[in-house]
Design a protein around this ligand. Structure first.
Ligand code: FAD
Length: 592
């Protein structure tokens, strides 16, 4: 039996009390969907995650994937689990009905995705990239590409990849050098992509690569990149995988964590050219790829939450069982009785709940955008999603490092020993601040595209909404102290934003020097907002006598802990923003 349990009560509380999911579904015209159905789905996903996927986590870590003569072979057991995943309809859960999906709201998708990542992060990366590929093809592909590829990708029968990175083009995609030459109705692609997650395997009968390359006459830089769909097997006249395309895995990376997720070097066109099809407009490929990247960025935030939750679930029973204190009568007591161990457990618990809440908020915003009744409404929700994406990716992946670190710390020496599993979570989560855009890139996105470009309008709306929560909290005696802390953090957010707007034009290093600290400030502030709303809703539920009393009282305490121990970090991030970049940039390179 697995040691992983889906945190049902927290999700139930978020759906029913915090988001008012039933009303959300009615507003979106989804009469057939309600929280009862959503929770039944989540419960079933929890069972699948804990019984089928979670047992693969350690095996995947130990055995990893291997490169053989006929390509990459995934860890034994993964293909069977993937088959069940597809057969049970999990791959198609949030997919578009037009292509055979079940069109469940994004909130439900976020809930199930957390489960897959808690259970086995390396396994779940394949489906994550497939979902992103589906979004990009659905939004930018031709009707032919959509009908040929989407049904199979939505069902999970085929998997997708995202091929951006090259040896000279990491964060800076302007340097992409792979080439695409037009020929008949397709393009011949040549070049090499590195670090491609699930770039090859035997789990599905086809693998669909979405890759960036340059046309022969393309302008230099990001304005000369196009997006192509390159299948591992070309489709025959019946739409089935036929002839092998000229794209091969030539190497697998050895890495710190997520061993079961094959990280491939892919060569395109060594034997004359891989056949590819243009997705979207020539030279506008980066914009089309952003559809996929934004999907994946939120996905990586959820992934970090999943691993952090699993780390907490591993540390908790250890803390209850490990005896290290001795009472006067000589009896021994467990480490959970020590305040410092409580500090670590509470930090893990409250941070995890805040992260989950923000992820549900962000997913709900995506659902509201889809259900918007006017273009203005849709634009507003899209702008808010635009803010959430780098915060979910940047802040949550960073905070998850600390959570898995604490998970190991609670285990003491046993945490460092592989057999407890704690070390694997710490290793697995490490990549999450790096891929899908490093934390530095998320900070720049939030400060630049999501704040400076609209002169802080969308961010200002978010800060106003958080301030309104502080006002609501101040009307309740037991929350008035927390309300004051939240107001003060909102004020820090406003001043940090004003500083950015003022200095961006005058000092070329101002934004780059402040952006990660600005993003972390906003992350801890959003976490405080989520926990503030949660405290309010918990009080309301307790007053009305609905819900689980013990859970609701614990939620209030967890919120209080967040306000006392995590929200104060906004003040130090605020100071670092306001310090500017002078000392950062003052030394010449020889002085380092
Ligand atoms: C296990 C794994 C799986 C991956 N999966 C995929 C995949 O499926 N598909 C894919 O295309 N790629 C994938 N990648 C690649 C990953 O997305 C890149 O590693 C990542 O984008 C960073 O690029 P880089 O490694 O070249 O680092 P660099 O871009 O060289 O960055 C090095 C450092 O410089 C900083 N930096 C760079 N540019 C800036 C800037 N403009 N401003 C501020 N700081 C900056 C970065 O933040 C970082 O700290 C994967 C990588 C790994 C390790």
């Amino acid at each position: 039996m697995s040691d992983y349990r889906f945190p049902y009560k927290d999700s139930e509380f978020l759906l029913n009390d915090v988001l008012d999911f039933d009303q959300m579904c009615l507003d979106a015209g989804l009469e057939d969907v309600n929280s009862e159905l959503a929770l039944a789905i989540l419960e079933e996903a929890g069972r699948f995650g804990s019984e089928v996927l979670a047992p693969l986590n350690t095996i995947g870590d130990k055995l990893g994937a291997t490169l053989e003569d006929d390509g990459v072979h995934e860890t034994p057991g993964f293909a069977e689990a993937y088959r069940q995943y597809v057969d049970n309809g999990w791959a198609a859960l949030s997919g578009d009905e037009e292509y055979g999906g079940q069109a469940m709201p994004r909130v439900v998708g976020a809930g199930t995705t957390e489960i897959w990542y808690s259970a086995c992060a390396a396994f779940s990366l394949g489906p994550l990239l497939t979902t992103g590929a589906v979004e990009a093809i659905a939004k930018h592909g031709t009707d032919e590409l959509k009908s040929a590829y989407l049904p199979k990708l939505v069902s999970g029968e085929w998997m997708g990849t995202m091929c951006l990175t090259e040896s000279a083009a990491g964060s800076d995609l302007a340097a992409v050098a792979c080439k695409a030459v037009p020929q008949d109705d397709h393009f011949l692609i040549t070049g090499q992509k590195i670090y491609i997650t699930w770039g090859d395997h035997q789990m599905t009968e086809n693998v669909i690569h979405l890759m960036l390359a340059r046309l022969p006459d393309a302008p230099a830089g990001v304005k000369g990149i196009s997006l192509f769909l390159v299948p591992k097997y070309l489709l025959d006249e019946n739409g089935r995988p036929g002839e092998r395309n000229d794209v091969y895995c030539v190497g697998l990376e050895h890495k710190l964590g997520i061993h079961a997720s094959p990280t491939c070097t892919l060569n395109f066109g060594d034997n004359g050219g891989a056949i590819g099809y243009l997705v979207g407009q020539p030279n506008l490929g980066l914009m089309a790829m952003f559809t996929m990247m934004n999907e994946a960025r939120q996905g990586v935030g959820i992934q970090s939450l999943g691993v952090a939750e699993r780390s907490y679930q591993q540390a908790l029973p250890f803390a209850k069982e490990r005896l290290q204190g001795t009472r006067k009568d000589g009896s021994r007591y467990p480490i959970i009785e020590f305040p410092d161990v409580r500090r670590m457990l509470m930090l893990m618990k409250s941070a995890t709940e805040a992260m989950r809440g923000l992820i549900y908020f962000a997913a709900a915003e995506g659902d509201r955008e889809r259900a918007a009744k006017s273009p203005e409404q849709a634009k507003k929700h899209a702008a808010r999603t635009g803010i959430y994406t780098p915060v979910v990716k940047g802040w949550i992946t960073e905070l998850s490092q600390e959570i898995t670190y604490l998970g190991m710390q609670i285990n003491g020496g046993m945490g460092y020993i592989e057999e407890t599993g704690s070390a694997q979570y710490y290793r697995d989560v490490r990549i999450m601040t790096i891929y899908e855009g490093t934390t530095g890139i998320q900070g720049l996105d939030l400060a630049g595209r999501k704040t400076l470009s609209d002169k802080g309008e969308a961010m200002g709306d978010l800060l106003d909404e958080i301030q309104q929560t502080a006002k609501d909290m101040s009307a309740i005696d037991s929350l008035s102290g927390m309300a004051a802390s939240l107001s003060s953090a909102v004020q820090s957010g406003r001043e940090a934003m004003a500083w950015l707007l003022e200095h961006a034009a005058q000092d070329r290093n101002a934004v780059g020097g402040a952006s990660v600290n600005y993003m972390m400030l906003m992350g801890y502030l959003c976490g405080g907002w989520v926990m503030g709303v949660s405290a309010l809703k918990a009080i309301k539920a307790l007053e009305s006598g609905s819900g689980d009393e013990s859970f609701l009282k614990a939620k209030q305490v967890t919120a209080q802990f967040y306000f006392e121990h995590l929200l104060p970090r906004t003040a130090s991030y605020f100071s670092t923003v306001m310090a500017g970049s002078e000392s950062m940039m003052a030394l010449n390179e020889d002085q380092f």
